[in-house]
Write a protein that binds this ligand. Structure first.
Ligand SMILES: NC(=O)c1ccc[n+]([C@@H]2O[C@H](COP(=O)([O-])OP(=O)(O)OC[C@H]3O[C@@H](n4cnc5c(N)ncnc54)[C@H](O)[C@@H]3O)[C@@H](O)[C@H]2O)c1
Length: 262
């Protein structure tokens, strides 16, 4: 029996991730059968937009099944307000939220299902899981350093994903980790409790993350390379499917990973 299509309202539709998500759906027969982005919200007009785009989310006439957001952190209050009013789940993929905005997410999650992850790629979330696991096994004796590389348009450093990996490592180690960003201003030996975090910005690199566990006689490196933004679009679509019909609450990619039985 054919199941009904999932109707997505996409915030930030005219941006890189908006365009990539539309392409990801169009290029996959399975996704095209399952997902339909029927309307978008964006503050930047695009003459070539194939679907209706609204500058104000409250002007979208038809209720979505799910909202997917890849826009700007400042759009969060209106997205959550609309999602609560319409009683629809929201998949928030935008990064760079302030602590106050993160509080709004938690408040909304008391009333509606909210999915939030700074990195929607399945591979990165598996890397996060593995980083915590390896840190809990090797953390006492091995130094941990994280290196990330992104394209030259990226505004923030370190990446939210590098911080996510550092947080995972610090949960695994038996000490209170201290994050040290780059080392240009330091003239001292590294302490055992440090987790070093280093950023590279160059060209069109989509996203590289590497976690180094260096011991006295051996080094273990976990690494992930995103070759296309489709990795994030695919994760957001999987999250949209996952969150449908779920009770109010906060969800993230760990919930999706549980489907893989790890
Ligand atoms: N979670 C993840 O895996 C993941 C992956 C990639 C990007 N991101 C994040 O998603 C966001 C978008 O990324 P991008 O590369 O597509 O950026 P982008 O700048 O190409 O696109 C953002 C779009 O949002 C629109 N926009 C800005 N403010 C808005 C508002 N108030 N309301 C509606 N639309 C608004 C812009 O006009 C633009 O078209 C960023 O925060 C980025 O860090 C997250």
């Amino acid at each position: 029996m054919k199941t009904a299509m999932i109707k997505i309202l996409f915030c930030g539709i005219n941006g890189r991730m908006g365009k990539n998500t539309l392409e990801t759906i169009a290029q996959s027969a399975a996704f095209s059968e399952k997902f339909k982005v029927y309307a978008g919200v964006d503050i930047t007009p695009d003459q070539n937009a194939m679907i209706p785009v609204y500058s104000d989310i409250y002007k979208v006439p038809e209720k979505p099944d799910v909202i997917v957001d890849f826009s700007h952190h400042s759009a969060l209050p209106s997205i959550l307000g609309y999602a609560e009013q319409k009683r629809v789940p929201a998949v928030i993929c935008t990064t760079g939220h302030s602590p106050e905005e993160l509080e709004l997410l938690k408040e909304a999650a008391r009333k509606i299902p909210v999915f939030y992850s700074g990195n929607m790629s399945i591979g990165i979330n598996l890397l996060t899981y593995l980083t915590r696991k390896v840190a809990s096994i090797l953390g006492e004796d091995f130094d941990i350093e994280i290196v990330e590389a992104h394209h030259n348009k990226k505004l923030d450093a370190p990446s939210g994903t590098a911080l996510m990996l550092a947080n995972a490592a610090s949960k695994g180690v038996p000490y209170n980790a201290e994050y040290v960003y780059d080392r240009h201003s330091y003239r001292k030996q590294r302490s055992k409790e440090e987790i070093g975090i280093h950023s590279i910005r160059a060209g069109t690199i989509v996203g590289e993350h590497c976690v180094i566990f260096a011991g006295s006689n051996e080094t273990l490196t976990l690494s992930h390379s995103a070759s296309s933004r489709a990795a994030f679009a695919t994760g957001a679509l999987r999250a949209s499917e996952y969150i449908l019909g779920k009770p109010a609450g906060m969800y993230d990619m760990n919930d999706v990973l549980e489907m893989f039985d790890i």
